[in-house]
Design a binder for this molecule. Structure first.
Ligand SMILES: Cc1cc2nc3c(=O)[nH]c(=O)nc-3n(C[C@H](O)[C@H](O)[C@H](O)COP(=O)(O)OP(=O)(O)OC[C@H]3O[C@@H](n4cnc5c(N)ncnc54)[C@H](O)[C@@H]3O)c2cc1C
Length: 374
């Protein structure tokens, strides 16, 4: 019998195995990858060989593995996130003869996918990239920006406009785009955190993509394919809360062994009570994320729950790590694990949709679409 209603004994065993792997192979490179800003692709393959990339049978299994890898390195766990999000989009909306070879590579850790939605004129209201039909091909022109793994990905799920601008969400088409196609170029930004996965722009200059690479129906890309984001939002919640979890564990340990005024730090309620409050909130937020994946596993609606995971998890994780850093006093302010974790989790307050957009999604579900038009 496990302590958590959502985690079966099989999942608990999976969590232990993933955590051992992540601590042995991924954790040692955490600080170094922030400097070098690249992944060891052999290590990604090793993770694939272990079956840890896009293992969504059930989806809770993906959540457990995301947590284990994020504890070692949040940026590395982006590999898992991009694989789960894109893998599901490919499996549900792609043509089997096109997507199956990609899915094999994706789960084996032999291919990294990016997802390209944001554009220079805005991320919260994106998709103006021009996609035109020319016989059996689409032609893409324009720029996607702030794309995670832009310059490391082997393929990308790209959203662009095939309909009129006034059509809004209708009129957007999603395509699977191999990144080695002629006319594609990329840049890399100097990011505050999540530096190993990195972000950058992708430029498309008359890039020709076969029509059979379309994901979902023409003009329905946004409506159909964006459903996958409910999944990634719960996963992101678990990823950042896992980073908060290890930070709390370390802060408790430090507070119990370091002394001030002749007592352990933890004897002072000014130190222990904020940590106790965050213990409570991290437990609660994690349960919400697991429940959201459980709803998905059981084919039940979970859009507003996913929005809750996505706005609350990253904000809470950032606040928790901030408190943990302060618990370490001056040592917490040195370049190292705590400050890197803070930089890393902050990105998820923006990436994959901001808190305001998540709250609008929740409000729409509760009050109705017409009552919350934003
Ligand atoms: C670490 C990181 C990783 C990312 N990875 C990817 C990726 O892989 N693929 C990708 O496509 N994009 C990615 N992004 C981009 C991200 O999705 C966008 O930055 C995000 O959607 C917000 O868009 P924006 O930055 O253009 O802000 P804007 O849309 O310009 O918004 C600016 C501010 O105004 C607020 N705002 C906007 N509209 C409203 C509204 N209607 N109501 C209330 N507030 C509003 C926003 O919440 C935000 O705080 C990433 C970003 C980061 C930081």
């Amino acid at each position: 019998m496990t302590k958590n209603p959502y985690i079966t004994e099989d999942l608990e065993f999976l969590a232990e195995t993933a955590e051992k792997f992540a601590q042995k192979y991924i954790a040692p490179g955490f600080l170094e990858r922030d400097q070098s800003r690249v992944f060891d692709r052999d290590l990604v393959k090793k993770m694939g060989e272990m079956g840890f990339i896009a293992p969504e049978l059930p989806e809770l299994a993906a959540g457990i593995i995301h947590e284990a890898v994020a504890k070692a390195d949040l940026s590395f766990s982006y590999i898992n996130l991009l694989a789960s999000l894109n893998g599901q989009i490919l499996a549900e909306h792609g043509q089997p003869e096109v997507v199956e070879p990609w899915l094999k590579k994706l789960t084996a850790g032999e291919a990294i996918f990016s997802i390209a939605l944001t554009e220079p004129r805005g991320g919260s209201d994106a998709a103006r990239l021009k996609i035109e039909r020319d016989g059996d091909e689409y032609i893409i022109n324009g720029e996607k920006t702030s794309i995670s793994a832009a310059d490391q990905a082997d393929a990308s799920v790209v959203f662009g406009r095939t309909g009129a601008n006034e059509d809004g969400a209708h009129g957007v088409t999603a395509l699977l785009v191999p990144m080695n196609l002629s006319g594609i170029s990329t840049t890399r930004f100097d990011c505050h955190g999540q530096r190993a996965i990195g972000r950058g722009s992708i430029f498309f200059d008359n890039v020709r993509v076969p029509v059979n690479h379309r994901l979902g129906d023409e003009n329905k890309g946004f409506v159909q394919v964006m459903q996958g984001f409910d999944f990634s939002r719960a996963l992101i919640g678990l990823q950042v809360l896992a980073v908060a979890r290890v930070s709390l564990d370390e802060a408790w340990e430090y507070a119990a062994q370091r002394e001030a005024f002749g007592q352990p730090l933890s004897a002072f309620q000014g130190v222990s009570h904020p940590l106790a409050e965050y213990e409570t909130q991290v437990e609660a937020a994690r349960l919400l994320c697991l429940q959201t994946l459980w709803l998905k596993d059981n084919h039940l609606p979970h859009t507003s729950e996913a929005g809750m995971c996505k706005w609350w998890g990253p904000k809470l994780a950032y606040d928790v790590i901030h408190q943990c850093l302060l618990t370490f006093g001056h040592a917490g302010y040195d370049r190292g694990v705590m400050e890197q974790r803070m930089r890393d989790v902050l990105g998820f307050q923006i990436g994959d949709g901001t808190a305001q957009i998540m709250k609008t999604i929740i409000a729409r579900k509760k009050a109705g679409r017409k009552a919350v038009p934003a």
